[in-house]
Design a protein around this ligand. Structure first.
Ligand code: TRP
Length: 369
């Protein structure tokens, strides 16, 4: 059997550079590698609603943003199935059955859930009257994520390292299901990003993470002018005051981004004085290399991959009904695929009453004496 990919994103905002290096770029490479029989890319609106139940408009507006980001990054609807989670109701059904195989205690131990509950200020026990309680849907989203992955018999889940506990929990659910009901589900593997700098791209201000609320993101949909402004205001080395001063590259956002993006080809094209990033870093450390030159180089590199994306985006923006059609067709195809797994699951769980001729025969015999 061929390898199958499933991955996705919550549609809570436009995608930024962190998403690009961490996942989108890789997805496009995987799509073009020819190694995968099927690739499913899911816009996880149902998961996004688990902590945005009172803000459906936000999710509704961001589905198209994420879809445009996907398409402009180079995901090709001829090669991958892009779909919307809520349009595949089989996923809810599957999650409901998996809930019987996971304990509350095991969910409470999931480090990602724990961290996210704290991050959102949900209370963790009954006596904390000042905080909002944790929605059950949010608490159980690792189970829903297990159904997303297994419904498509995914072998491979390309995600960031923060998702590791989710994949681990999915694997446990698969083992448990197969042990209780017989070999039915496929055990997935996670696929981490290759470049260490991609694991977590910091914000332009040097804060650990890009976040909309901190205003330190570079969006894939930013204009050239916006990018220039953001790169020029990037946090560098506060001790590097004069060009001749020795500088630090650690904690210097410009160099962290160069770690993530620059290739020797970029040097040949835009900054031929250096063969590669190591040489450039050495010069910066010694002193004599100004922040302006580094920023200009970074800007050129970013424009080099963002410009083609902008052009694709413009085309799709001129044809929004076509984008919705891609999502509709993708969702239909995804639903057909999930339905096959659900048929196997119902059979394994002995709840396929009407398709089970033996059941009727058995009971006919039993009651006829
Ligand atoms: N949890 C992922 C995120 O926060 C989105 C997601 C939902 C997902 N279901 C998934 C990712 C299944 C990989 C596999 O963006």
């Amino acid at each position: 059997m061929g390898k199958i990919i499933l991955t996705g994103d919550r549609p809570t905002g436009k995608l930024h550079l962190g998403h690009y290096v961490g996942s989108l770029k890789r997805r496009v490479e995987l799509q073009n590698s020819g190694e995968f029989e099927k690739i499913f890319i899911m816009i996880a609106d149902a998961q996004a609603l688990t902590d945005n139940a009172d803000n459906p408009e936000k999710i509704r507006q961001n589905i198209i943003e994420v879809a445009l980001d996907y398409l402009s990054a180079g995901l090709d609807p001829e090669k991958v199935t892009i779909f919307i989670q809520s349009q595949v109701p089989e996923l809810c059904e599957l999650a409901f059955y998996y809930m019987n195989l996971v304990t509350v205690q095991r969910l409470q131990r999931n480090p990602t859930v724990k961290q996210e509950i704290q991050l959102r200020g949900f209370s963790e026990n009954d006596d904390d009257q000042n905080k909002k309680g944790t929605p059950v849907g949010f608490f159980t989203y690792p189970i829903s994520q297990a159904s997303d992955i297994t419904a498509f018999r995914a072998t491979t889940v390309p995600v960031g390292v923060d998702q590791a506990p989710m994949i681990e929990q999915t694997r446990e659910i698969v083992h448990k299901f197969n042990a209780v009901y017989g070999e039915t589900l496929v055990t997935p593997e996670m696929l981490l990003p290759e470049n260490a700098a991609c694991l977590r791209l910091p914000g332009t201000d040097g804060k650990a993470k890009m976040s909309k609320s901190l205003g330190n993101c570079i969006y894939l949909s930013d204009t050239s002018k916006e990018i220039k402004k953001k790169v020029n205001s990037m946090y560098t080395d506060p001790e590097h005051l004069q060009i001749t001063d020795p500088g630090h590259v650690e904690g210097n956002v410009v160099f962290t981004y160069l770690d993530a993006f620059s290739t020797p080809e970029h040097f040949a094209k835009f900054l031929p004085e250096y063969a590669d990033l190591d040489e450039m870093k050495d010069h910066y450390r010694r002193g004599g290399l100004g922040d302006g030159t580094c920023k200009k180089f970074l800007f050129n590199i970013m424009e080099d991959f963002l410009q083609p994306m902008r052009e694709r985006r413009k085309q799709y923006e001129q044809n929004i009904p076509q984008v919705y059609e891609i999502l509709r067709k993708g969702s239909e195809a995804a639903r057909a695929e999930a339905a096959k797994t659900l048929a196997d699951v119902r059979k394994a769980m002995k709840i396929d009453y009407f398709d089970d001729a033996e059941l009727i025969a058995e009971h006919t015999k039993k009651y006829q004496g």
